[in-house]
Design a protein around this ligand. Structure first.
Ligand SMILES: [Fe+2]
Length: 421
């Protein structure tokens, strides 16, 4: 698993898993060269490991951070196992100043991950093989009691070798939190143990949230990840994250700012609303010119700008653009209230997004698992430095609605769990 550091031109983190008996955490890395003799000039770096006990037994999870890398450079690395090495995997560091790049964004994978989410990841990679980041907007697996090692196995298999060569930006959702007890025996929900063992995030977030709140500076673009589960669970966490966010954005010098968290600012699914996020976070997004807010949780598609003014607004649209998407098979029904406020809604589709970032234009495409373009818009810088949103899919294609003849509930199109049996 490759993750970006705070400055992804110079820092990355790499996580891998071995049997418990592999006590040494060893990684070799070198600039990628034409010759197979990568090992001749390779440096060796050690790191840290921890044991994780699940129903599948005890495994050791390793973590190494690489720093002082050269920007815009192709590196190769391999990780150590029991008297053996992994294959050599390659990745390119980001540029030290603004440089155009693309990223892939996936909403919730969550259920039937191997059987149904894998095709979405692979179609995404086929459409944009040059992607330099992959963002997962929470609920990567379903989990429940914190011990679902099999589900994580499915998730890692779905991404396959991409996980080791394209830096991943993971966002924690509610399913990343599992029941725990405080030392006094009070039941709470805590971050599932797989998260920190598998994802060494930059660690630059506020106290107590360093594994799930962070920022990455990538080729002149700032990507900020927040923890909406904690914010909704505890208002003081929403305020703490807001203060940290404002501090980060007030000193940002990025061409574009993207934010991601799991629960939406503007909900799409029936019966959902996260008012606390609008209260504490939305004003900061507007104040600092955030271009895109990438979200999940509602298991439907929604894209809205100027949502308060309503969907009939078709010109003069300004960022932030709020997107809710879903990559896995669990599918909900969209609310009429969301239909009134957003510019594009959809149900019953597994989706991925290609975000192509240039100096003056950010181009956003939502594509279905079958490759169909379902939504597209640009965000453009105007001459006065402000930004405008330009909808691009004006083909009159109808909104997709749930097509499952045996919906499990009026609010749900598919549970997602009935499909892999
Ligand atoms: Fe969720």
């Amino acid at each position: 698993m490759l993750l970006p550091g705070a400055d992804s031109a110079r820092e990355v983190a790499i996580n891998w898993r071995t049997e418990a008996g592999v006590k040494n955490t060893v990684l070799q890395w070198a600039r990628a060269i034409d010759s197979p003799g990568l090992h001749l000039a390779a440096s060796t770096t050690s790191g840290q490991s921890r044991l994780l006990n699940t129903r599948n037994g005890v495994a050791r999870h390793h973590s190494v951070r690489l720093a002082n890398l050269t920007p815009d450079t192709l590196y190769a690395y391999r990780v150590g196992g029991a008297d053996t090495w992994s294959e050599w995997l390659q990745f390119r560091t980001a540029a030290s100043e603004f440089r155009p790049f693309s990223l892939l964004y996936f909403g919730d994978a969550q259920n039937s991950v191997r059987s149904h989410f894998s095709r979405v990841v692979r179609e995404g990679f086929r459409v944009i093989p040059s992607t330099s980041l992959i963002l997962h907007a929470g609920d990567l697996v379903n989990q429940g009691d914190g011990n679902h090692d099999d589900e994580w196995g499915e998730w890692f298999e779905a991404g396959g070798f991409l996980n080791g060569m394209v830096a991943t930006v993971p966002v924690a959702g509610n399913h990343e939190y599992v029941p725990r007890k405080t030392s006094a025996g009070k039941p709470i929900r805590g971050l599932a143990p797989h998260w920190s063992a598998q994802f060494t995030t930059p660690g630059n977030g506020p106290p107590g949230l360093k594994d799930t709140v962070y920022y990455v500076s990538h080729s002149g673009v700032l990507i900020v990840v927040l923890d909406s589960f904690r914010a909704i669970d505890d208002e003081s966490s929403a305020m703490l994250q807001a203060r940290w966010l404002e501090e980060v954005l007030s000193r940002a010098n990025a061409r574009w700012i993207l934010v991601s968290h799991h629960h939406p600012i503007f909900s799409v699914a029936v019966g959902r609303d996260n008012q606390i996020l609008r209260k504490y976070w939305l004003p900061i997004y507007e104040k600092y010119g955030v271009a895109l807010v990438l979200q999940g949780h509602d298991h439907a598609y929604g894209r809205g700008t100027n949502v308060i003014e309503g969907a009939t607004l078709s010109s003069g649209l300004s960022p932030p653009v709020y997107v809710v998407s879903v990559a896995g098979p669990k599918q909900y029904i969209a609310a009429e209230s969301a239909r009134e406020g957003m510019q594009r809604i959809g149900e019953d589709m597994q989706l991925f997004q290609v975000i192509d970032i240039k100096a003056d234009t950010l181009s956003f495409e939502s594509r279905t698992a079958a490759g169909r373009l379902y939504d597209a818009f640009d965000i453009e810088y105007r001459a006065d430095g402000t930004k405008q949103v330009i909808p691009l899919l004006n083909d009159g294609s109808p909104e997709t609605r749930c097509g499952n003849p045996s919906q499990p509930k009026p609010s749900r199109c598919w549970e997602g769990t009935e499909l892999a049996r």
